[in-house]
Design a protein around this ligand. Structure first.
Ligand SMILES: [Zn+2]
Length: 221
């Protein structure tokens, strides 16, 4: 009985939410449901503004989780940009052209942020009301030593074999941190999220260094 009540309350809330979400079209004023990836008015076909309560996840139409499916994200990105490209609005109303420019640059930012494991984590932390701490007070001496050693190793790596070995190790390190981050977000342990993200910041900068070395040496993978 209680369960049924919860279910019916839930559906009431959901329909209210939808009414707010699908507000009336700026162009024709009708309360029409947006079609095609929620972008266009089903009555007059005008491109709609992004919703005010959208975050990068809802904007891209992907599940809000640290473990997001990168292939799905890329698919959604291509689909959205196909519809939003400002060239498609050159002969439409001026307002639609402006919305498409604003919307597609927002989609670009969302895609870049969510695709990159470090940026995604920092963004998710911010959605939970916290900014990434700038300082290094989170680190123990041991970690700082380890990072300094890694830096030196990358700098002194000369052969393709050495560089590719470091690359493999560092990628594995980042993958492992991603797994731990996913767990910490799931547990809602934001202190741990901060700590893991600051580790990841360092391994990501080592990754950038390694990728630069790979390009510099002209290694083809
Ligand atoms: Zn309309």
């Amino acid at each position: 009985m209680n369960f049924l009540r919860i279910l019916s309350n839930h559906s009431v809330k959901l329909s209210l939410y939808q009414q707010i979400r699908f507000s009336s079209c700026w162009s024709c004023g009708k309360d029409a449901k947006p079609l095609v990836a929620n972008l266009f008015c089903s009555n007059c076909n005008a491109l709609q503004n992004p919703k005010k309560d959208d975050n990068y996840f809802t904007l891209m139409g992907v599940k809000e989780t640290y473990d997001l499916d990168e292939n799905e994200l890329a698919k959604k990105y291509k689909e959205l940009q196909k519809y939003l490209h400002p060239d498609k609005f050159a002969n439409r109303q001026k307002e639609e052209l402006e919305i498409s420019e604003k919307y597609s640059s927002l989609v670009n930012d969302a895609y870049k942020t969510l695709l990159e494991p470090l940026a995604r984590g920092i963004y998710m932390l911010r959605l939970r009301g916290k900014d990434m701490p700038e300082n290094t007070e989170l680190f123990d001496q041991e970690f700082l030593m380890k990072i300094m050693e890694k830096n030196e190793e990358v700098e002194s790596a000369e052969t393709e074999e050495e560089i590719m070995k470091l690359n493999k190790e560092n990628k594995a390190m980042i993958k492992d941190l991603q797994k731990q981050l996913s767990r910490a977000f799931f547990d809602g342990d934001l202190k741990r999220v901060e700590k893991l993200l600051s580790y990841m910041k360092y391994y990501t900068s080592i990754d950038n260094q390694i990728q630069a070395a790979i390009r510099h040496k002209g290694i083809i993978r």
